[in-house]
Write a protein that binds this ligand. Structure first.
Ligand code: PMP
Length: 356
């Protein structure tokens, strides 16, 4: 039986994408996709299409470069800071959780004077800070659009005239975004894009080659990658191939606008259950709740073992909350179907009937 995968990432992708990816492991124009040279014509076409489809899916203009690198969003923290550093060497960051804190830490390491002008650390990152005064004397502003661990998501992005940088690892392609509001977006592939191994960068061409950092290893310089059509060195070949398949699938099925409706429907279904079922409560502020990662707790901890047994018996996996938060986290990335959310909701509902 195929499991209902609520894991936070790497995560579920469409079944058809898994099928095509596995076909290509055995036969990609007579070779395996795993043995093909990244300099071959066939693979160059894959890289080209994987970049173009990102532009198509998010309506990105030719003012931007789309790049696939390695190193995960974790290296993205450093790459963002190094590439966006300008004359002030200052930057404004919003601290909304573990990953935002990581971005702050790495920016400091490469010499950015970080001004954390908003934080929700006082309440264990259970909300998105509001009414912030965004600094004006900085090279750029950085935030994390969706907080994978704490289950909060920005519904409105910070307003600034400064270059805006965003870690969109866990909600990119889940809803429409106006890419032209950003100078740099980065995202690990392993949620809504493809398998782990590739990291997506969407960078305004204007940004490239303008860093004031004295320290700039070639690999971390986005200009080097852009100049070489994202083939500066061996790219994460298979991960990019599967990202291409997944983007083809997304676009063939109504694209990001259709996906956004599906994600809204899933979120509505599970949050309504959490709010109406006395055995459960949400842990994130209601207005900041994430559509991708739904955090909730049992109101009676004594029922934990029994509840865990119930969802496991229904074929659900990956529901345990992150170790820093506890409770449960239902990650509902693009490929998770409404039917799988219904299975979880039915388990919760039956559980409350039994204990009500
Ligand atoms: N940022 C966010 C929002 C994440 O969810 C994650 C990982 N889940 C990271 C950064 C770190 O990504 P990686 O493991 O790809 O380095």
């Amino acid at each position: 039986m195929k499991k209902h995968n609520f894991g936070a990432g790497p995560c579920i992708l469409p079944q058809d994408v898994f099928k095509k990816a596995s076909d290509a492991v055995l036969d990609f124009n007579g070779l395996s996709i795993l043995e093909v040279s990244h300099r071959s014509k066939d693979y160059e076409a894959v890289m080209h299409e994987a970049r173009e489809l990102v532009k198509k899916a998010l309506n990105i203009s030719d003012d931007y470069e789309v790049l696939y690198l390695q190193g995960g969003a974790t290296l993205g923290f450093t790459i963002a800071a190094l590439n966006m550093m300008r004359s002030t060497k200052k930057a404004g960051y919003i601290n909304t959780g573990t990953w935002a804190s990581g971005a702050i830490k790495e920016a400091k390491k490469v010499g950015v004077d970080v001004n954390v002008f908003g934080s929700s650390e006082d309440k264990n990152f259970s909300y998105i800070p509001k009414n912030l005064v965004v600094p004006t004397d900085a090279d750029y502003i950085h935030f994390t659009s969706n907080n994978t661990i704490f289950g909060t998501q920005f519904k409105e992005f910070p307003k600034t005239d400064l270059p805006l940088v965003c870690d969109m690892s866990s909600d990119i392609f889940s809803k429409e975004v106006n890419v032209s509001d950003f100078d740099l977006i980065y995202a690990g592939a392993q949620k809504n894009l493809g398998p782990a191994g590739a990291t997506l960068y969407i960078v305004k061409k204007d940004v490239l080659g303008k860093s004031t950092s004295a320290f700039m290893p070639s690999y971390l310089d986005l200009k080097q990658h852009a100049d070489k059509d994202s083939m500066y060195n061996t790219p994460p070949v298979f991960s990019v191939y599967v990202a291409m398949l997944n983007l083809q699938d997304l676009l063939a099925n109504g694209g990001v606008p259709k996906m956004a409706l599906k994600n809204q429907a899933k979120a509505k279904l599970i949050y309504s259950e959490i709010d109406s079922n006395p055995l459960f409560k949400g842990s994130a502020a209601v207005e900041d709740r994430s559509e991708m990662n739904v955090n909730f707790l049992l109101t009676n901890d004594a029922l934990k073992d029994e509840f865990d047994a119930a969802w496991k018996a229904a074929g659900i996996i990956g529901l345990n909350g992150h170790r820093s938060v506890g409770g449960y986290r239902a990650s509902m990335y693009n490929a998770l179907e409404l039917d799988s959310v219904q299975v979880l909701v039915d388990v919760m509902n039956d559980f409350s009937k039994k204990h009500g």
